[in-house]
Design a protein around this ligand. Structure first.
Ligand code: ADP
Ligand code: MG
Length: 688
């Protein structure tokens, strides 16, 4: 008798080749077959008639064989003509066949066949149907439940995987599969056994549409379990990190006091709390991995600067990485203003530097004379050698994948402390699941003296009003962003669209300096334009979304966003955050193309009602799911078997609830649950 824990090689007819192929998709033990779920189903529960057969759909039908014919076209074919009692006909066409098969198909005999109906020259056809000759003693094709069709991996065929999965399901019938949720869910969900049976072999009255949309309770049951397993594994990573060794920083007050004296403003209570939380981490001998969240304009940069001071005081280098050249540049200038008066030297590294600039900067980094290093992705390259890297800070982390994060961390002997800053507030339920391995600090208040941004929605045909507003704002010596958000497939098309808008604005605002910036420009051009905008030389900056993150020009007080209905809330909020950074009252005009969908109306309304990024993020999670918030880069959550954190975001509250319960369980159970769902180390199944 088989056990669910048996390695798959123990199955009859499953050899080393197949084993290797199945291992590659995470199937090592019989139990793992259970979690290889169908991607669709076939209905073989009843016969159809030819009069109701639809071209393109799969049918099960029982007909009489009229005639067999072998034709020699370019390729030999076997044709088998069938008919029903009303002389409706169906042709079975075989491109591959053997003589035995041909002899079995005899005239007058009843045949059951299943396959996709096609339309041929002489009417309906099925190519290579699955078929049975009942009079020859073959078992019927009729099934009690819907038939699963499994996703395949190269070299494995549908009948094979079906057979193996059925063995696993039979074994499941006779064994115990530890069900961590049965007690927890108090019968509000199907048991694991029930859920698996339903998904492999749904009954005809099960809601297949729900299954197709991953909304069936049996799927939800599994999704919650898988996300819990993911979360527990992230928490274990966190535990491991808290055991690992890093450099202890002795927290000093000398440089911080000097910086505070120079600042010209006082940290908000929230900023101070975050600085303290970071300092506590830095003073421990375990690597910090902390997420610093704060709404746009909440002042994350200065918190990062204080962390750099601790590295410098302790003789370590700090690396700050920004997602774009513009932002890296801005940080470079900002950090220089703060740090140079304190005698701290800064190196700067980006992709657009020439060979000489680059080697100068690299020399500063390797010698250790640069205590703070600022740059873009360029910091990741192999050629970059740090002298004594102790702290890594990543700004606007959504633009960075988890691998890049790790590759920088690997540049140091002891794991460096890491601070990850994000301007997109992340709803708590998401932080607790997708980012469960990180600690989290939140700046939940804005610096004083900001006047709130007034947000207005205007239809596209009100452009005249917008032009008037621009003239007025510029007359008061403030500046304007005009954001073109056309979602074209290519940066070239986006640039073209922005160019058209630019011409239109130049024509209609002849007294103003209107300048275009877009992603197709080279880095030097972009930097120059941003510099001119920040010095006030440019009145109106027409931009594609390149300005989305982080840009800080306090004198800009009007933002116009075209086609705002096409963007997500988080992105609009980010864009809007480019204004309202100074003391002048700021306005954000959301232009839209009517008519608006009800969902779009709701989104624009939220933006008009609140400036609170956390409220907006929660609404975004509700309206669009976490994809918008997490960005296209995955968070570090590995490939999952059934769950998809973007699609299944609505279940995160339950996930966090159950994960809490599971954490009360003993560690062995937690590990077993992780092993069931996450197949990182399967050496236990090797060579058996
Ligand atoms: P973000 O969190 O979006 O990265 P920044 O760090 O760029 O925000 O800060 C936005 C602006 O607020 C900067 O001009 C910064 O100097 C200013 N600022 C930061 N903290 C304070 C504070 N406590 N009081 C006054 N102004 C502050
Ligand atoms: Mg910032």
């Amino acid at each position: 008798m088989q056990h669910l824990s048996d390695p798959i090689i123990s199955l009859n007819g499953l050899g080393p080749k197949a084993q290797e192929r199945l291992n590659a998709i995470g199937i090592y033990a019989l139990e793992h077959f259970l979690f290889h779920l169908p991607n669709r189903y076939q209905d073989k529960t009843k016969f159809t008639t030819l009069s109701t057969a639809q071209v393109g759909s799969e049918i099960l039908i029982e007909l009489t064989i009229d005639r067999i014919e072998e034709v020699a076209t370019r390729q030999r074919q076997l044709l088998c003509y069938l008919s029903d009692d009303n002389n409706r006909t169906l042709l079975l066409r075989f491109f591959h066949f053997n003589q035995h098969q041909k002899q079995q198909l005899t005239r007058g005999e009843l045949i059951q066949c299943f396959g996709e109906v096609k339309i041929g020259r002489d009417g309906l056809e099925i190519h290579h149907p699955e078929y049975r000759l009942i009079s020859k003693g073959q078992p019927t094709l009729i099934e009690k439940t819907l038939s699963p069709v499994y996703p395949l991996t190269g070299g494995i065929h549908q009948p094979q995987i079906k057979k193996w999965i059925n063995i696993a399901l039979e074994t499941l019938q006779k064994s115990d599969l530890f069900d961590y949720f049965e007690n927890l869910s108090k019968n509000s969900m199907p048991t694991l056994k029930q859920a698996l049976h339903t998904l492999h072999h749904p009954k005809i009255d099960d809601n297949i549409d729900q299954i197709a949309n991953f909304r069936h309770i049996s799927q939800q049951r599994l999704i919650i379990e898988e996300l819990c397993a993911q979360k527990l594994s992230l928490l274990m990573l966190k535990n491991e990190r808290k055991q690992a060794i890093s450099n202890i920083f002795n927290i000093s007050k000398v440089l911080p006091d000097q910086l505070s004296a120079n600042l010209g403003f006082k940290l908000t209570a929230a900023q101070q709390r975050c600085v303290d939380e970071i300092n506590t981490d830095l003073s421990l001998d375990h690597p910090m991995l902390r997420l610093l969240q704060g709404d746009v304009g909440s002042g994350k940069t200065i918190v990062a600067v204080f962390a750099c001071l601790q590295a410098a005081e302790n003789g370590f280098q700090a690396a700050i990485m920004a997602p774009t050249e513009i932002l890296a540049n801005q940080h470079y200038h900002g950090f220089r203003d703060y740090l140079e008066p304190l005698g701290i030297q800064i190196a700067f590294l980006t992709g657009s530097q020439n060979a000489q600039q680059r080697s100068e900067q690299l020399a500063l980094i390797i010698s250790g004379s640069a205590q703070v290093v600022i740059g873009t992705h360029a910091l990741f390259q192999k050629s970059v050698q740090f002298n004594k890297l102790g702290l890594v800070i990543i700004d606007e982390q959504h633009k960075f994948g988890v691998h890049q994060r790790l590759s920088l961390a690997q540049k140091a002997h002891n794991t460096p402390h890491q601070l990850v800053m994000t301007a997109t507030p992340i709803p708590r339920s998401l932080t607790m699941s997708a980012y469960a391995d990180l600690d989290s600090s939140i700046i939940d208040e804005l610096p004083p003296g900001r006047s709130p941004i007034q947000t207005i929605a205007l239809a596209n045909n009100k452009k005249d009003k917008v032009l008037d507003k621009i003239r007025q704002v510029c007359k008061e010596n403030n500046q304007v962003y005009w954001v073109c958000t056309l979602i074209e497939e290519s940066e070239v098309l986006r640039a073209q669209a922005a160019t058209t808008t630019h011409l239109y604005l130049e024509e209609n605002l002849p007294d103003l300096n209107v300048v275009l910036i877009h992603g197709k420009m080279n880095k030097q051009e972009k930097n120059d334009i941003m510099l001119r905008f920040s010095t006030g030389d440019i009145n109106v900056l027409v931009a594609t979304t390149v300005i989305e993150v982080g840009v800080n020009v306090p004198n800009a007080s009007l933002m116009v966003i075209e086609n705002s209905e096409r963007l997500g809330l988080a992105q609009l909020h980010q864009l809007r955050g480019r204004v309202g950074r100074g003391s002048d009252a700021s306005i954000c005009i959301l232009m839209y193309q009517p008519p608006l969908s009800s969902n779009a109306i709701e989104r624009l309304d939220i933006l008009r009602q609140t400036n609170d990024g956390f409220k907006i993020a929660n609404k975004d999670l509700e309206l669009r799911g976490p994809g918008e918030i997490l960005g296209t880069q995955q968070t570090g959550i590995a490939d999952m078997k059934i769950a998809n954190i973007v699609r299944d975001g609505y279940l995160l509250k339950q996930v966090n609830y159950y994960a809490e319960q599971l954490l009360q369980n003993d560690e062995k159970n937690q590990q077993a649950l992780i092993n069931r769902w996450i197949t990182h180390d399967k050496s236990q199944y090797a060579n058996t």
